[in-house]
Design a protein around this ligand. Structure first.
Ligand SMILES: [Zn+2]
Length: 269
């Protein structure tokens, strides 16, 4: 039994779903994820906030890899899982779509009521003056300042990163904010950084209005996502999960579908 008809039934019986999505939703668009089916790291953990802010060398390494990895990230397109969830919203059955992904593919697929829990990779924020700027313009600037790096290639890694190892990053030029000279950082929540409180509160209020929760493509290993399942369970709301492999909330679930996200949600299309 694959659980697909149970999932269809789960969705049909609810009026307003609070949806949480993770990396498994975007792997079908060619964006790799961090964890294996057991919820363990497949690769080195991503960059840490304190290291990024505190060390120029960490920023050089981050942006050199990102110069290469961003190209594939920018060109990624939504897959059937994103389209299925946009359809759920069209049918007025989606209270909120909360995503742990920073790729903006839900918005590209037409979903409007989306909260980017961990931010968005398509823009930068100056840590000095708070100004936002587009990642594409920064990409051109990185290329202009580091022309020797433009023809390098490396296997893609999650979040617009590339597995470029063994290079000497010390000559890589990283521009600062043109207004205040501050450190420019992708507008995403790094490891070691917390999600802005107002973002969590808005999502919690949405969850309170929903009559059930649906998790798509997340192993819930990160507490920033797991807590929503804990709150739903505490309030007696049923929770269904579509994910390959185990999740950190397996004992709280009403329904677990171990499958590819696109396949499991195909009934919505
Ligand atoms: Zn600034």
């Amino acid at each position: 039994m694959d659980g697909f008809s149970e999932l269809q039934d789960f969705v049909a019986r609810r009026r307003r779903l609070f949806v949480l999505t993770g990396a498994g939703c975007s792997t079908g668009s060619g964006i790799p994820d961090y964890r294996d089916a057991d919820g363990q790291w497949k690769r080195k953990p991503p960059v840490n906030f304190q290291a990024f802010m505190g060390e120029a060398a960490t920023r050089q390494r981050y942006w050199a890899r990102s110069l290469i990895g961003w190209r594939r990230m920018r060109d990624a397109r939504p897959n059937g899982a994103h389209r299925a969830l946009a359809r759920l919203e069209e049918r007025d059955k989606c209270e909120m779509l909360l995503t742990q992904n920073v790729d903006r593919l839900h918005q590209a697929a037409g979903s409007r009521n989306v909260v980017d829990l961990h931010g968005r990779i398509d823009r930068l924020r100056c840590m000095g003056c708070g100004r936002y700027s587009p990642r594409d313009a920064f990409q051109r600037e990185l290329g202009r300042l580091n022309p020797d790096w433009l023809d390098k290639d490396a296997p893609e890694a999650p979040d617009g990163d590339a597995d470029l190892e063994g290079a000497d990053f010390s000559a890589f030029v990283v521009p600062s904010c043109a207004i205040c000279g501050g450190v420019l950082k992708p507008d995403v929540v790094f490891f070691g950084e917390s999600v802005p409180r107002e973002r969590v509160e808005a999502a919690a209020q949405s969850l309170a209005r929903a009559d059930a929760m649906l998790v798509v493509g997340s192993s819930l290993m990160v507490y920033s996502g797991l807590r929503f399942v804990e709150w739903a369970a505490r309030d007696g709301k049923p929770v269904a999960v579509v994910n390959r492999g185990r999740t950190r909330a397996d004992d709280l679930l009403t329904l677990k579908v171990e499958a590819n996200c696109e396949d499991a949600l195909a009934f919505l299309l």
